[in-house]
Write a protein that binds this ligand. Structure first.
Ligand SMILES: Cc1cc2nc3c(=O)[nH]c(=O)nc-3n(C[C@H](O)[C@H](O)[C@H](O)COP(=O)(O)OP(=O)(O)OC[C@H]3O[C@@H](n4cnc5c(N)ncnc54)[C@H](O)[C@@H]3O)c2cc1C
Length: 318
């Protein structure tokens, strides 16, 4: 029986959706290992929904607010809590902050970590992590040796438990970090983060210029909860912010629907999106590599197809 610690993350006081997925994964893993506790640790906010966290799978929520967004403080707090509660596994969502904390917590506990996992199992008395490697060309299964493992989980690969339970919230003392994040600039436009959204419309160099982005936005506006993504060529050209870049040096996404417009399908872009459930490619070159990975393909000029697609989506009312 193993207890599992999940480090929560919030933005503007709201718990990020990937945290509830991580809590759900922890619940399954705890149950598979014999029914341990799932302990969630919040270090950024005091605004927590005990019912939502309980439903997702958490038994206890530890509230260590008061240290702002200091990564070193949060990691030190998590490492201390992991020791105090003798947990066998620490899980985090594979967000930018989660990736930062994963290494820090592992270093504190002098153990290894498995990053960006897409599956988590309990086999032969230990946790088994599945993670894509070599830009998604191969899948590995890894174990972390030692008494405690640390792992980050990719968004949209796990689900909250969906049970009827309310987690118990307990305030605890926070470790104070040396560094402090003084400001987090809010993403403009009010769209979900591309790494967490279940629907993504992404644009590439084929869109021609930043001035053509409203065509892509009109499609995204017609799809509820849709995020915008971009290829690196677009980001390097300064057409879109790096926060929207999908790929090896951007964000890894696994949405239900990924619409790639004017994107050739370079291996570095595929590395960030080829685990999407349904991929729609719109490209004027029928030989573009993206079509080899697409569930549906449209060969044609994005300037004509995007307005027609937005109009049809508006009619259908998705
Ligand atoms: C170390 C390294 C890391 C990298 N990391 C990333 C990364 O994280 N993410 C990433 O995306 N790339 C990354 N790249 C860059 C990658 O190799 C490609 O250069 C990049 O993905 C190409 O972007 P693109 O598909 O938008 O542009 P292009 O390759 O130029 O493709 C444009 C496509 O648009 C189509 N097109 C043109 N006009 C139209 C039109 N009117 N209508 C429809 N289609 C049209 C063309 O047929 C073409 O297929 C990385 C490269 C390296 C070396």
């Amino acid at each position: 029986m193993s207890d599992i610690l999940v480090i929560l993350e919030s933005r503007a006081g709201q718990l990020r959706p990937a945290c509830l997925e991580t809590v759900g994964a922890a619940r399954l893993a705890a149950d598979a290992s014999g029914g341990g506790q799932v302990i969630a640790l919040a270090t950024e906010t005091t605004e927590l929904d005990a019912a939502a966290l309980g439903a997702a799978g958490a038994d206890q929520v530890l509230l260590a607010a008061g240290q702002g967004h200091s990564a070193d403080g949060a990691a030190a707090t998590a490492a201390r809590v992991a020791t105090e509660h003798n947990v066998a596994l620490v899980l985090l969502p594979s967000t930018v902050r989660g990736r930062d904390l994963t290494g820090r917590v592992a270093a504190h506990r002098k153990t290894g970590f498995a990053a960006d996992c897409t599956a988590l199992d309990y086999q032969d008395g230990g946790f088994l992590f599945t993670r894509p490697v070599f830009a998604g060309k191969a899948i590995t299964q890894v174990r972390v040796c030692g008494s405690i493992a640390v792992a980050s989980l990719r968004a949209n690969h796990f689900a909250p438990a969906g049970r009827s339970a309310v987690a118990e919230i307990t305030p605890i003392e926070a470790e104070i970090g040396v560094g402090q994040v003084t400001e987090i600039s809010a993403q403009q436009g009010g769209r979900p983060d591309v790494a967490e959204a279940s629907r993504v419309v992404a644009g590439g160099r084929g869109l021609g210029s930043a001035e053509n982005w409203p065509l892509l936005e009109a499609v995204a506006d017609a799809i509820p909860g849709c995020a915008l993504g971009a290829s690196r060529a677009v980001v390097d050209s300064g057409w879109r912010p790096h926060s929207e870049q999908v790929g090896q040096t951007g964000k890894v996404v696994s949405p239900e629907l990924y619409i790639a417009v004017g994107i050739s399908g370079a291996i570095q872009h595929l590395a960030g999106m080829n685990s999407s459930k349904v991929i729609v490619a719109i490209n004027k070159d029928a030989e573009a590599p993206i079509f080899q990975h697409a569930s549906y393909g449209v060969v044609g000029d994005a300037m004509e197809i995007l307005p027609a697609l937005a109009a049809e989506l508006a009619k259908v009312g998705v």
